[in-house]
Design a binder for this molecule. Structure first.
Ligand code: FE
Length: 147
């Protein structure tokens, strides 16, 4: 039904970073570069910020196809949450975002990318594990954890 790996040690040995991304950069590009530099193989990311565009994707379970939609407008990232792993040796970011619009409605989903317009402040935890890879799962069409 599930698989898991313990985070050992739980409090010691976890590297934590506070990350502030430059204005106007791509969140995915900057965070990927950071994870490469710090050699993060398994971690967590959370944060907030302001963006001028974002592309979200929705996986249709019936077709196993992603449907992408871009919003070119100023939005507040009210919640960014995700995990960091590796797939085929490359940084693999799985991030979900909820973003608030000018009229206070929200849009969101799986984050394909977003452009910062203001600030983006992230907290990154590196669990210092190298055993969290990804494998493609035929049934769901997802790249699931492979411990
Ligand atoms: Fe997702």
């Amino acid at each position: 039904m599930y698989q898991y790996t313990p985070v050992v040690p739980f409090s010691e040995g976890v590297r934590r970073y506070i990350l502030s991304l430059d204005n106007h950069v791509s969140i995915l590009e900057a965070l990927t570069a950071f994870c490469k530099e710090k050699q993060v193989y398994c971690g967590k990311v959370s944060g907030l910020g302001a963006i001028s565009s974002a592309t979200f994707r929705f996986l249709d379970p019936a077709t196993k196809q992603y449907v992408d939609k871009t919003f070119d407008e100023q939005m507040e990232i009210t919640c960014l949450t995700g995990n960091i792993s590796r797939k085929d040796g490359q940084v693999y970011l799985h991030i979900h975002v909820t973003a608030g619009r000018r009229d206070y409605s929200c849009v969101g989903g799986h984050l394909l990318d977003a452009r910062i317009n203001g600030a983006c402040e992230l907290f990154v935890e590196d669990y210092c594990l190298t055993s969290a890879g990804r494998r493609f799962d035929e049934e769901t069409g997802l790249n699931l954890y492979n411990f």
